[in-house]
Design a protein around this ligand. Sequence first.
Ligand code: S3P
Length: 169
Amino acid sequence: MRNIVLIGFMGTGKTTIATRLANQLGLQYVSTDGEIEKREKRTINEIFTKEGEDYFRGVESVVVRELSDKEGLVIDAGGGVVIREENLANLKSNGIVICLTADEDVIMGRTKKYKHRPLLNVEDPKLKIRTLIAKRAPLYARCDHCIDTGKLTVRQVVEKIVEIVASSK
Ligand code: S3P
């Protein structure tokens, strides 16, 4: 079975939805960030601080390549995975890629209580969110399907994905 891959900006609900989806379908959940942290034996924050973003993106691409060679996974991809074109190509080669979206206020509300995202640990996170979304929007649009999670419950988003997956078989 092909993988189900969730991409999208930070705070669009990828982790919550991917976990629930994997449970419901009896599939294995895996996150690119989790695999990076296991491999590096340190947190994403530590990797960004000590090695910089380019290094992080390099490890992310290796992890994406490895996960794309596997079957039947629900992959929760880090928000910046679309930055390198090869990543999306690898994920699509063996999976259906679904992008979750939400507007900047929803994202701000969902992310402001956490400190584990180095790119949002800045003085003006809202501006950062706006700038990054503007830059990445055309890249996210290259997914197979898109779902706005802003006004939907977790259950509704999961249902939509189940329908998309069933109709793509
Ligand atoms: C990032 C998103 C994060 C994580 C890292 C960089 C990004 O993942 O990979 O902090 O560039 O958007 P989540 O989208 O799961 O928060």
